[in-house]
Design a protein around this ligand. Structure first.
Ligand code: UGA
Length: 434
């Protein structure tokens, strides 16, 4: 099929490349000309394992092109909307400006008999509204489907090529046929294909993220109790996770969740529920958000304890500022928030991250960004592992001790072996672990 993908960020660029991989002819359209020029050269402007290879392969094969001109969609049969829906300034709700602008421009540029497929994460009710706009612009001919995306950063390529499920929201069940054809290789490989109404499809997306966020805040709340009761949250998580109804994944306690999705999605979900008059049904998500943000404050307090209550003037090595490993994304990163908070309290914060320092420096230019973990550790009064990159998991306590001024470590992701670090003379603190 001939496909257009509107918006070439983490979601759109990955989707465009994956569709080319499935054998379709794809044009990725973005208003950012610089980004388009880079992608057209097979150069992905953010870090996502495996994506550069995939984009390069298909820009070379000719199945994948990029353009900053919406006119480039004219030949496509199916158009995927992949633009961002960030948190609105000064509000909890999602900002739909990019979605609205893209639909308006797309509806004018596309063939009236083509199909628009929304993938952006939107408040329930958006697809129904956009359907009216699309139909009005095309004299009732174009169809709109909603096909939420569940990819994780760091695993975006694998998640897009082999998703857990494909969910399609439609107005008329027959409309789903076009996506059944497009995703045929995946459906044939056994990926469940669920067809539903618009509202359910939109809600599946935010409900999934709300559940994941709740799971993380649940285990972080347990970590607080473990701290107070001298118990161990890692063992607790392993033990409860062995119950298949609970499951062991997404039960890693630490400094909490961040990124461009979970935090803003649970807030937008609460805002939408309020508008629908059912805000109290999601009141628990306010607690989920609060517990999550509290983890950052607790980490700053732990740092102060490890520094004997004198933060100002101390040298702190921060290892990891990406919101998670295998990503260069620092949007709402707990690690970066903690680094910045310690800097504001007067600490000299030296930050290392294998991929994310350039993005972090744009948000917080006043931190000291260094290009090796050793440089961050040199002379440190406190070592903080805040993103669990493999290199940091592999740190040797004895070798690390030789670099720092004081052997104090805060393990914000509970990934270091506390006994080994303690035996090497370190004062170790994790999150809810002994
Ligand atoms: C999340 C969802 O996992 C995806 O399914 C969804 O498609 C995506 O949002 C989206 O809406 O686009 P992502 O933001 O890439 O994906 O990151 P996650 O892997 O969910 O991690 C989110 C945060 O939770 C990270 O900061 C991570 O460190 C933290 N986390 C995760 C924990 O603190 N503990 C855990 O056990 C798991």
């Amino acid at each position: 099929m001939r496909i257009s993908v509107i918006g070439t960020g983490y979601l759109g660029a990955t989707h465009a490349a994956a569709m080319a991989e499935l054998g379709h002819t794809v044009v990725g359209v973005d208003t950012d000309s610089a980004k388009v020029a880079r992608l057209a050269r097979g150069d992905v402007p953010f870090y996502e394992p495996g994506l550069t290879e995939l984009v390069a392969r298909h820009t070379r094969s000719g199945r994948l092109v990029f353009s900053d001109d919406m006119g480039a969609v004219a030949d496509a049969d199916v158009h995927f909307l992949c633009v961002g829906t960030p948190q609105a300034g000064g509000a909890q709700a999602a900002d739909l400006a990019q979605v609205d602008a893209a639909v308006l421009r797309l509806a004018k540029a596309m063939r009236p008999d083509s199909v628009v497929v929304g993938k952006s994460t939107v408040p329930v009710g958006t697809a129904e509204r956009l359907r009216g706009e699309v139909r009005e612009a095309t004299a009732g001919r174009a169809r709109l489907l909603w096909n939420p995306e569940f990819l994780r950063e760091g695993f975006a390529v694998a998640d897009t090529l082999r998703p857990d499920r494909i969910v399609v929201g439609v107005q008329d069940e027959a409309d789903a046929a076009v996506l059944a054809e497009l995703y045929a290789p995946q459906i044939d490989a056994g990926v469940p294909f669920l067809v539903t109404d618009y509202a359910t499809a939109e809600l599946v997306k935010v409900a999934a993220n709300a559940f994941l966020a709740t799971k993380i805040s649940f285990i972080n709340a347990m970590a607080d109790i473990c701290d107070a009761a001298a118990a161990d949250v890692t063992t607790l998580a392993t033990a409860i996770g062995l119950d298949e109804r609970i499951g062991s994944r997404f039960l890693r306690a630490g400094i909490g969740f961040g990124g461009g999705c979970l935090p803003k999605d649970i807030r937008a979900f609460m805002a939408r529920a309020d508008e629908l008059g059912v805000g109290t049904s999601l009141a628990f998500l306010r607690e989920v958000d609060r517990v999550n943000l509290q983890q950052r404050e607790a980490a700053v307090r732990s740092a102060a304890v490890l520094l004997d209550d004198t933060v100002a003037g101390r040298r702190v090595a921060v290892l990891g500022v990406a919101f998670k490993p295998d990503s260069d994304d620092v949007r709402d990163s707990p690690a970066l928030a903690i680094a910045a908070a310690l800097h504001l309290q007067g600490a000299q914060v030296a930050v290392h991250d294998p991929r994310a320092t350039a993005n972090a420096a744009r948000l917080y230019p006043t931190l000291d960004y260094v290009d090796s973990a050793e440089a961050a550790l040199a002379g440190a009064d406190l070592t903080m592992v805040l993103t669990e990159w493999q290199d940091y998991r592999n740190l040797e306590p004895a070798a690390t001790a030789a670099l720092v001024a004081r052997r104090a470590v805060f393990d914000g992701r509970n990934v270091l072996d506390a006994d080994r670090w303690r035996s090497a003379g370190w004062t170790y603190r994790g999150v809810g672990v002994r």
